[in-house]
Design a protein around this ligand. Sequence first.
Ligand code: MOS
Length: 700
Amino acid sequence: MTDLTESISAPPVGVVGTSHVRLEGREKVTGAARYAADVPFEGLAHGSLVLATVARGRITSIGVDDVLAMPGVLGVIHHGNAPRLNPEAGLLGTGDATLQLLQDDRVPHVGRPVALVVAETAEQARAGADALVVTYEEEEADLVFSADHPGSYTPAAAPEKHKGDVDAELAAAPVVVDQRYTTPQEHHSAMEPHASMARWADGRLEVVDSNQGSFLVSYVLSVLFRLDPGVVRVRAEHVGGGFGSKGIGPQLILAVMATTELKRPVRVALTRRQVFATTGMRAATDQRVRLGADSTGRLRAIDHDTATHTSTIHEFVEFPGEVTNALYAADAIRIRTSLVKVNLPTPTWMRAPGCAPGSFALESAMDELAEAVGVDPVELRLRNEPEVGPISGLPFTSRNLVGCLTEGARRFGWADRDPRPGVRREGRWLLGTGMAAGIYGAGSLPSTAAITAHPDGTFTVGIGAADIGTGARTALVLVAADALEVPTSAIRIDIADSDLGQAWFAGGSRGTSSWTWAITAAATDLREKLADIAHIPADGITGRADTAPLIGALEQRENHAHGAQFAEVAVDPSSGEVRVRRMLGIFAAGRIINPLTTRSQLIGGMTMGISMALHEEGLRDAQFGGQVNGDLAGYHVSAHADIPAIEADWVPDYDPSNPSGVKGVGEVAIVGTAAAVANAVWHATGTRQRSLPISLERIL
Ligand code: MOS
C-alpha cells in the first residue's frame, strides 16, 4: 500500500477541513435564489416542446397554420424553418447527432423533439404544443435491447482490455463464480427540471440555463450555431441537481433557435415527462462476471463482459468494466463491452457512469465468491487488495480502501455477523447484512481562475465552476481563504458564468479538484504581484492561473476514490417488501474540504444507490418504444420513508497530485450501494438477486 503517513500528517491549514453551511443556503431556503426558470426578463416569450410519438420514421406533415391561429402563439419552429446547425458539435468530442434537433424529417426514436411552439405565455405555448398535429410515415423500429442482439458490436471507444490469460486461469481455478447480472434503464430525476432562457442583447447571445458547466455549454453552443465563442454568454447561478443530465439540453438548443428566429427573449422549461423523454438516461446493462479463485479466495481471474445499448444516432457507451479496471488484483483480467444501436434515446452519463452498474455485478459476484470459498466478504476483499493498478501496473496516487473496509466493518459491527443466510427472523421479517466496496476515478482537468485584491482588503474570486447543489461555492471559498491567508468573510466568489473563462464542469467527480487547483494557483500569482507593490489601486490587482500546463506535466498514476458500504435489510417474504434498516459508508476520497457538505453529498449518493437497488426502472413499451413510467408517479425514487439512518464518514486519504489533496465525492458514494443491499437481501433470504431493481415480485 502507498504510504500515506507523510501527506496525511501534514498540518491542517486554516478553514479547510472545518464545517460550513452553504453560502447561498439562506437564499435557497427562503426562495430568494432564482433558478433558470425563475429569472424575469422583459418581453419574455415561452417555448413548449413537441415530441415524436413514433419510434422510427419520417415526418410527413406539421399542422403549423392551425396552431399559429391560436391565442398568443408567435411561431412554430420545426425542421422546415429551423436554423441549420453545425453537425460537428458535441459535448465531449465531436459530432453528437443527439444535438442536431429539427434538422431533417427523420425520427430516430420516440420522444425526439420535432417542433417548438412559442407563445406569449407558457400556458399558450403548451396549449399550442398539445394541439400541433404532426403526421408520420412509420417504419419498423428496433426497440428491444438484449445481450444476444444480432447487431451487437465492440465499440471503438471501449475495446477489449486485458492482462494475462483469463481463459487458462478460469480453467485452472478450483473455484469459479459465473453469473449474469442485469440493470435497467435509469433516469437522473434532478429536482429542478431543465430550463433555459436565451436572448440576443448588444450583439451577444445571452443564456440563463440550468447546467453543470457554463463554459463548456457556451463553447458547444458557439460551435453548434457557428458563432464566435466570445459572442455567447451562458450563466447557471443556481442549479437544482444534474447527476450527468445537465450538459447541453434540448430546451437550450431550441430556445436559441427560437430567439434567433423570433427576435424575442425565449424561455423553454421542460415538463417532468419531457425531462424523462429528452435528457438522457443510464443505459440498461446485461453483465456476465466470471471470477476464478483459489481455495483461499485469492483471485486468479476476473472476466467482466457487458452488453449495453445506445441510440441509432450517437454512440454513447456505458462502461461497467471501469470498476473491474482497478478494484482487485488478479493474475488475469479481461473486460469486454458489446453495444447495440436501437431506436431509443441516446443514453448519457448518470452518477458514477459505468461504476454504478458495474459494481452491482462485480460486488455481487464477490459476495457469491465469499460464500463459495467460505471466506468473510470483508476479508475476501482485503486478500485481493492490489499493490499497483491491476491492469495498468501504474502506482496509485493514494489508496485507502483497506481503511474503508476495516473501519467500516468495525463501526458496523460486522465481526458479530453469522455468515449463514436466511437464519435471522424478527416477526414477519427476515434480517440480513451485506457489504460491498466501491471505486471511482479521480483527477483534475484544466481550469482557469482569477482572484482580484481590492483596496479595502477584500478579494473577488472568479471561476467558471458550477454549484449543482453540492456546496461547491462554499468549498471553493474555504480553499481561497486558506490560499490567501484571509478569513472567509473577506472573499466574494463569482461562479457559473462562461465569461469567467474556461473551467472543467461539475462532472466526473473532478470539479472540486480541478477548480481548487486553479484557485490555489491564482492565489499564488496574486500574492507574487502584491509583493511587488505598495498600494492596491482602486480597480484592484488580479492574479490569474490556467492549470493546463501543470496538469499536463503530471506523471501517470492510478487515481481513484474508494469506499466500503454496509447495509442491514429486513425482507418480508410474504409481501416481497425490502426495507433497508441502516447503512454505513466509509470513504477514502482525498482531503475533505467541507465536512458538512461532503457528508451530505455522500449520504445523497448512498440514497440514490438504495433507490437504484430497490426502486428505479425505466420501463418501455416493447412495441412502440414509449416510456410507460416517464414521470415521478410511475418511476419510483426513494422517498424519506424508504431511507433509514444512513451514516457516511471517511478515513485519511490525500491526493498528492493536486494542491488541495482532493479526490471528489460526487460519484463514489453510489458505487457499491446496490450490491451491498442485494448481498444483504441474500443474507436475509438465502436467494440471490441478480437483477435490479429488487422489486416486490423479484422477492416473491
Ligand atoms: Mo457526473 S454523471 O459525471 O455529471
